[in-house]
Design a protein around this ligand. Structure first.
Ligand SMILES: N[C@@H](CCC(=O)N[C@@H](CS)C(=O)NCC(=O)O)C(=O)O
Length: 208
């Protein structure tokens, strides 16, 4: 199976972490691409052309959550998603993935040239992130599981790391010590270390 990814995509990172944790890494051909590059090789498979995308035979599967589900159902990994009937677990996951989505919008907006950035959007995402951090701090005991590490937890850890790389919320660890400790523990996992986002990675075509 092939998986298309870029170095600093937090969504692709979830899949890279999950693959390593599940021992699937050696069964995957990893194809690095630049996001939004007009000549991306991923265009040959996917009209959506986002990372991560899994290609196996005729199957072209987008969305990090789908790919993690595929690892669990088809590729022999332990389940990475909550049981479909476990609504509290799904609710927690939705907060963690919603936080990641907000951070991704924020980072993307900051990649635009300064005159083109939307102050309104930056303010919306700043406030959303602050609310989420306060929420995760308040429920930190729930973050410890069980399960202690699944798709939602990976999304939260990847969101915090990409936020830190882009210096979005300086000072958040001091104001959210339990969450900071939670992240510190997860950061020591070999799969997290191996996939750490890189300063100065050129994995993006320029944004307008
Ligand atoms: N909902 C998707 C989001 C994936 C996503 O937004 N990937 C970004 C990189 S972080 C991308 O490929 N952007 C390129 C583009 O939008 O053309 C998922 O969960 O996988």
């Amino acid at each position: 199976m092939q998986i298309y990814y870029s170095d600093n995509s937090p969504y692709a990172r979830i899949v890279r972490i999950a693959a390593r944790d599940a021992g699937l890494d050696s069964r995957i051909i990893w194809v690095k691409v630049r996001n939004r590059a007009p000549d991306s090789p991923l265009l040959a498979y996917s009209p959506v052309c986002r990372v991560p995308t899994l290609v196996e035979g005729d199957l072209v599967l987008g969305e990090a959550r789908n790919i993690c589900d595929y690892f669990g159902r088809v590729a022999g990994a332990a389940p990475l998603l909550p049981d479909p009937n476990d609504w509290p677990a799904r609710a927690l996951e939705s907060m963690m993935t919603g936080f990641l989505d907000g951070i991704a919008v924020w980072v993307r907006e900051l990649r635009r040239s300064e005159p083109r950035r939307s102050d309104f959007l930056l303010e919306v995402e700043t406030k959303r992130a602050k609310r989420c951090l306060d929420h995760f701090e308040a429920i930190w005991a729930d973050l410890s599981g069980p399960p202690a590490w699944d798709f939602g937890h990976m999304a939260l850890a990847c969101a915090l790391d990409i936020a830190d790389l882009n210096e979005l919320m300086p000072g958040w660890p001091a104001e959210h010590p339990a969450l900071a400790t939670w992240l510190g523990d997860r950061r020591t996992r070999p799969s997290m270390v191996a996939t750490k986002p890189l300063q100065g990675a050129h994995d993006q075509a320029p944004l307008g």
